[in-house]
Design a protein around this ligand. Sequence first.
Ligand code: PLP
Length: 368
Amino acid sequence: MSETRIFNFNAGPSALPLTVLKEIQASFLDFKGSGMSVTEISHRSGVFDEVINDTVARTRRLLNIDEKYHVLFLQGGASLQFAMIPMNFLGEGATADYVNTGTWSTKAIKEAKLLEKKISVVASSEDKNFSYIPKNIEFNKDAKYVHITSNNTIKGTQWHSFPDTNGVPIVSDMSSDIFSRPLEMEKFGMIYAGAQKNIGPAGVCMVILHDDMLKLSEELLQGENKTLPNMLRYNTYSSQNSMYNTPNCFGIYVTQLVLKWIEEEIGGLTKMEARNKEKGQMLYDFIDGSNFYRATAEKDSRSLMNVTFRLPTEDLEKEFIGQATKNRLGGLKGHRSVGGCRASIYNATTMEAIEALIKFMKSFASGK
Ligand SMILES: *Cc1c(COP(=O)(O)O)cnc(C)c1O
């Protein structure tokens, strides 16, 4: 670990693998012998084609998907997807099911309602402050999709298995846990993620879309959606390798390096998951064994990406966060809407960082 770098537990944008940052640094002034930086080359050049095509190929290999899925790079973050999903997939009279598991799901629901689409909130964990993932949900058979948030970045909960939806495709916001574990992709009509938590810098949103969903959106474009602007249509991106306009070249390049790191250094998603489980387990075990710290999510719903916890009082939490920062442990403040503390331990967070955090937590508690 470099002397100047801290242990970074930021929720997003968040830590990237050190080897990735070093590779960016090393190639920054002269990208692949072009004599230019990656931020200076044309997105229409062969050099950039290689970057985007390799990022797509690595995505396919890691998730074990073929050409039935389109791998796209958009801008506007995950938040724009909250609108594009109902816009593209819900025609007149069509419905979709939504599960509300926290702040981001709530925003997705609000956006669909703003567009006056017909949606049902089929389950919610709002009754217990979103501290769990709902079970035994009854889905509507005629829904066009079921929208979920696989990892709830703010509340610290995560779906550990995905529900049986009677064959209705799941559309999942995976902003904070994409590429953290293998997925049964057959269940998903679409997954999407703002890159800035687990796969890259802010400004690029990855969308992985099944061809059936694309076809559904294209049918609507023939009729009632015929005035939908080009930038809001999925097929604008799928038909032009995400280069209808200038994409976020730098963001896609960093994503490529992160996926390369997962494939070549970690060894794929099964190993990534094992590593994430080991890190999460270690931190939760410590919290559970302490009578000072208290985890906020219910045990079977705990996130391996965002560990949310409280101290006995808010004053102690403030002191804890302040002292942690002085000890080079950054980003431990809970989201402003919920308070408390949160350690975001995404893919790039090392075991060394978890050990340093636990060591600090122990010493802080023993002084109280
Ligand atoms: C951070 C986050 C978002 C918001 O992403 P933007 O890219 O900022 O729009 C949406 N969903 C989840 C689960 C998130 O963690």
